[in-house]
Ligand binder design. Structure first.
Ligand SMILES: [Fe+2]
Length: 196
């Protein structure tokens, strides 16, 4: 079997097994931890995701490819190629999200919302940082807020697995440099490249 066929098989298997697990056990933390481990195992297969099959960004610092999807735009697996210096605003996903590294180390900053003395929203504060290296994966719930900072010295490859296709989400929030909550949806996203 060639690399592309083997990759497609592994992607289909992950999507099917994750869908079945979610259907059987629901979307709780144990299920997500289980799926996180499955994604981490796939990310260990760097041989399935060679850079020659996924071009580095020609514009900007990252390029997203769709590897596969379950029914109804759910259980969507993407691959991102990234260049040193890529970073995002803090944002949520409004669906569960698992981020794993195939190649390179990516810093994930994790935040919580703050409220002022009157209980009103008052931006966010950093609570934790996680370095995600090859074979590692982190999981986020729909309301969790993170930003990513790719500070490695050479290009990276990351796998992102979402409960719902990013292109279909319309109510995500981001936080700009001043801490203001802003729209963080398709209109702000670089288009996903076609399936390779
Ligand atoms: Fe994200």
């Amino acid at each position: 079997m060639n690399v592309a066929d083997e990759r497609d098989l592994a992607v289909r298997r992950l999507i099917e097994e994750a869908s079945a697990k979610m259907e059987k056990d629901g979307p709780g933390p144990d299920t997500l931890a289980h799926i996180r481990q499955m994604v981490a195992s796939l990310a260990e297969r760097a041989d399935l995701f060679p850079l020659q099959d996924f071009a580095l960004p020609k514009e900007g610092k990252s390029q997203r490819y769709k590897l596969g999807s379950g029914a109804d735009d759910r259980f969507v697996l993407y691959l991102n190629t990234v260049l040193p210096g890529k970073s995002t605003f803090p944002h949520n996903h409004k669906t569960w999200a698992i981020v794993a590294s195939v190649l390179g180390e990516e810093r994930n900053r994790i935040y919580k919302r703050k409220v002022d003395a009157n209980g009103q929203p008052a931006g966010i504060e950093l609570v934790e940082e996680k370095i995600v290296g090859p074979g590692d994966a982190v999981v986020f719930g729909p309301e969790d807020i993170h930003s990513v900072h790719y500070e490695d010295v050479s290009p990276g490859v990351q796998i992102h697995f979402y409960g719902q296709a990013l292109e279909t989400l319309s109510n995500r929030s981001g936080f700009d440099a001043a801490g203001n909550e802003v729209n963080y949806n398709k209109s702000m996203m670089k288009p996903t490249a076609g399936k390779v």
